[in-house]
Design a protein around this ligand. Structure first.
Ligand code: ADP
Ligand code: MN
Ligand code: MN
Ligand code: MN
Ligand code: MN
Length: 391
């Protein structure tokens, strides 16, 4: 119980919904939503401006803090017409003192639109607008990790970096227990049947996984697949391949969509890297990566060179690969121990796995298995580029 509350502080919210393993949509809210849905709003367009909450450093000491992967904020701007591109969208602002991203006496944070997606919740012409945060003086906020990542991606634009990110997540009930788990603190049957499994006593939350995939595809995100994971009530979706900064953009928007869906299902999503202690798999964010040179003839040699550099910078990467990841990277559950770096072909116990097909074709990509599910994808993708391509 203690572990799952630490896993997601938001899960301690009390709830009057009592159930076990059954998704209860909020019927009254659903009906009202339908009744007042934004289908005929006099030609106006609703733009949901999204930004990353989650402070990344202590305001007074400057000490880095791992960003909360579920802390994504948004508010609605009513527009007179649909924009053709981000440059048509006005800048906006929010109260940064309410998100611990600015001091109360100078609280305004500017929102600069950087990407537009279709809004899968309001549908129609309505949109989701991903934004970067700036100070009124035009400096990126400390928490604006996108700004730095975009600079790094620009430097190696000609190498066309691709990323495919496998986001694992765990569904929790509002009382902090994993979805469908026994209410009496006992555990469900051991791992084995749940991974990619089907059946009433095995699969918990498929509706959410499917709804999320469809909502992401509607929005225009490059989701490439989903699967049930090894721990009961744990799932995965993959985003990619995406080029450069788009990987981080799409990953954050996909998480936002997940947060919104979790409201509808009354289920809390946690990105804690090890939500349940004991013999239960953790949750990761395997990051698949390739450059043009890696995807071309002889690319396996380029990948092997990258492995040497990755090995030398193991500690730097581990520090950026998610808070609490040491609870996951024990070496017992399908990844190497946190203090070892090893890579191998088809080795799911390695820090970095080279797919069998990459060895066979002498070109392809690498899979960094170390990142925990709560990473900031802007930080991780740009760090991989820095280590493999810029050192
Ligand atoms: P796993 O076998 O580890 O579970 P998945 O199928 O879940 O792998 O995810 C692999 C991800 O890697 C997908 O998002 C896929 O689009 C992406 N991917 C495929 N080829 C490349 C490549 N050349 N470079 C980067 N990512 C790639
Ligand atoms: Mn106000
Ligand atoms: Mn996978
Ligand atoms: Mn997985
Ligand atoms: Mn994987």
């Amino acid at each position: 119980r203690v572990a799952s509350q630490r896993a997601n502080p938001r899960s301690v919210r009390s709830s009057n919904v009592v159930r076990m393993g059954t998704l209860i949509r909020k019927p009254i809210a659903e009906e009202l939503k339908e009744k007042y849905s934004a289908t005929d709003i006099g030609g106006k367009v609703l733009a949901e401006y999204i930004w990353l909450g989650g402070k990344v450093a202590d305001m007074s000491t400057g000490k880095p803090i791992c960003r909360d992967a579920t802390d994504i904020r948004s508010k609605t701007k009513v527009l007179d017409k649909a924009p053709e591109s981000v440059s048509d969208l006005p800048e906006w602002n929010y109260d940064g003192s309410s998100t611990e991203q600015a001091m109360g006496n100078d609280s305004e944070v500017m929102l600069r639109p950087v990407a537009i997606y279709k809004d899968p919740f309001r549908k129609g012409d309505n949109i989701l607008v991903l934004c970067e945060g700036y100070t009124p003086q035009g400096e990126p906020l400390v928490s604006n990790t996108r700004s730095k990542a975009a600079e790094v991606m620009e430097k190696i634009e000609d190498q066309v970096p691709w990323f495919g990110i496998e986001q694992e997540y765990t569904l929790m009930e509002l009382d902090g227990r994993p979805f469908g788990w026994p209410k009496d603190d006992s555990e469900p049957g051991p791992q084995g049947p749940y991974y990619c499994g089907a059946g009433a006593a095995i699969s918990f939350g498929r509706e959410i996984s499917d709804a999320h995939m469809n909502a992401c595809l509607y929005a225009g995100l490059n989701v490439s697949g989903t699967n049930a994971e090894v721990m009961m009530s744990q799932w995965e979706y993959q985003v990619g391949p995406c080029v450069g900064i788009e990987a981080g953009d799409q990953m954050w928007v996909s998480r936002y969509i997940m947060q919104r869906l979790s409201e509808e299902f009354g289920i809390v999503v946690t990105f804690d890297p090890k939500p349940m202690p004991g013999d239960w798999n953790g949750a990761g964010c395997h990051t698949n990566f390739s450059t043009k040179a890696m995807r071309e003839e002889g690319g396996f040699d380029v990948i092997k060179e990258a492995m040497v550099k990755m090995g030398e910078r193991h500690q730097v990467h581990i520090e950026a690969y998610g808070e609490g990841n040491e609870r996951r990277l024990t070496g017992k559950h399908e990844t190497a121990n946190i203090s070892d770096f090893k890579w191998g072909v088809a080795d799911r116990g390695a820090s970095i796995r080279i797919p069998r097909s990459t060895e066979a074709q002498n070109k392809g990509y690498l899979e960094d298995r170390r990142p925990g599910s709560n990473i900031d994808p802007y930080v991780v993708t740009s760090l991989i580029v820095e280590t493999c391509c810029l050192l």
